[in-house]
Write a protein that binds this ligand. Structure first.
Ligand code: PEP
Ligand code: MN
Length: 417
């Protein structure tokens, strides 16, 4: 699985059996990959987060409707502990408030992440950062008096405080790292602000790009990567797409763009999942995805021939991957990002044209009912005139606007007829 970070597991913890089943199946996939790829020493460790696999499951689910599954609650933390203890895989769960931070810390969960809805609220993120700090400081400063964590664990007979504090490499009450998803509202400044809030905890931070409203919003991630290249950037194709059929393409794009890792939802029986049923993969689908596609150097080798069309410092042997230097790769990576952004804008343009044609059709029906002619020349002249004025302000040629508007109008008349 190379040196990337993979956060894998179900959207939500649903039962102990579901968690242990999927964790065992994922452990098999992870081991198969580790054997194939025995360069563990090379695991890179960006910003203190080592490459490797983390098992995810949501315990408290921020759902749109109160009438849907809201998460299993604190009892699920014990199941994640079992995964850590019995299978030796670090686990991660989402936290949305201070109380959940404490509960996760008490359960020695290795990683926590902040979801896209919470990330849109800086006061909530501040509260979470303070709660993490309180736990970290309580444990670092005061061995004798170690707060709730040790007490809880002693009550449960989980051993001496020293042992508890060192368990699974996670000091009692603190975490190995924190993930922060982009805010749902496509705001890179807030995403960065949240990273800064969490950095005050002194723990390693990962940025998780999950898009907005089922669009990737590549530009937001590109800006984050440009402004904070030190922070590992993970792609979450599951939440970006909301549709398992779109995951392979997004994953491949993530590899090409040079993401540091991925968060992907995997469920033993996705159709039966209590949340996000449409976007979860089976362990077999996941194995296929990462085995087929994992190629860290994809960036360096894919389509380098394309440089022939592009004026980036390519030397005489543009067709020869071996001779492409680092500088060109860095530039080429920027080109791939720009293309991803452009493709997303094209998708948006065509979605809007489609929407416009649907409205046009409704107008056509109205005209039919009211006996009005389909073509209203003055109305079209008004629309065109407004667009030509707009084009001048945006330095687009009159001719281009005229051609585009004529084509749209022609199609509009066709759908109304
Ligand atoms: C999740 O990871 O299950 C989740 C709720 O994600 P997001 O916050 O990105 O919607
Ligand atoms: Mn989910």
């Amino acid at each position: 699985m190379s040196n990337k970070i993979y956060i894998l597991g179900p959207c939500a913890a649903e039962s102990e059996e579901q968690i242990m089943t999927i964790a065992q199946e994922l452990a098999a996939v992870i081991n198969a990959n580790a054997n194939e790829n025995d360069n563990e020493e090379e695991v890179r460790g960006k910003n203190g987060v080592p490459g490797g696999t983390i098992f995810r499951a949501g315990i408290w689910k921020p759902r749109t409707s109160p009438n849907t599954f809201q998460g299993i609650g604190e009892q699920g933390l014990k199941w994640l502990q079992r995964v850590q203890d019995e299978l030796g895989i670090d686990t991660a769960t989402e936290v949305s408030n201070a109380e959940q931070v404490k509960a996760a810390a008490n359960a020695h969960i290795a990683y926590i992440w902040i979801g896209a809805r919470t990330s849109a609220n800086p006061i909530a993120v501040e509260e979470i950062a303070n709660a993490i700090n309180a736990n970290v400081n309580a444990n670092v400063n005061d061995n004798a008096n170690v707060n709730v964590n040790v007490n809880v664990n002693e009550e449960e007979g989980r051993g001496e405080s020293e042992e508890v504090r060192g368990k699974n490499g996670v000091p009692g009450g603190t975490f190995k790292g924190i993930g922060i998803k982009n805010p749902v509202n496509n705001d890179v400044s807030l995403w960065i602000g949240n990273i800064e809030r969490l950095e005050r905890t002194g723990l390693p931070i990962m940025a998780i790009h999950r898009g907005c409203n089922h669009h990737p919003c590549w530009e937001m991630a590109y800006q984050l990567r440009t402004l904070r290249p030190d922070i590992p950037l993970l792609l979450d194709p599951s939440h970006i797409s909301g549709d398992r059929r779109l995951i392979p393409n997004l994953y491949q794009t993530g590899i090409q763009l040079g993401y540091d890792g991925f968060m992907i939802e995997v469920h033993p029986n996705p159709q039966q999942a209590l949340s996000d049923a449409k976007q979860q993969l089976t362990p077999e689908e996941l194995a296929e995805l990462i085995n087929v596609n994992v190629n860290d150097n994809a960036n360096d080798n894919v389509n380098v021939n394309d440089n022939a069309n592009v004026n980036v410092n390519v030397n005489a042997n543009a067709n020869d991957n071996v001779n492409v230097n680092h500088n060109v790769n860095a530039n080429y990576n920027d080109l791939l990002w720009l293309r991803a952004m452009m493709d997303e804008q094209d998708d948006a343009i065509w979605a809007m044209i489609d929407k416009r044609m649907q409205i046009s059709k409704q107008i056509g029906e109205w005209k039919k009912v009211h006996g009005v002619d389909i073509v209203q020349p003055t109305r079209y002249q008004d629309i065109l005139q407004r667009r030509l004025e707009w084009a001048q302000a945006h330095h687009i040629s009159d001719q281009t606007i005229q051609q585009i508007m004529d084509a749209i109008h022609e199609e509009s008349v066709r759908v109304q007829s």
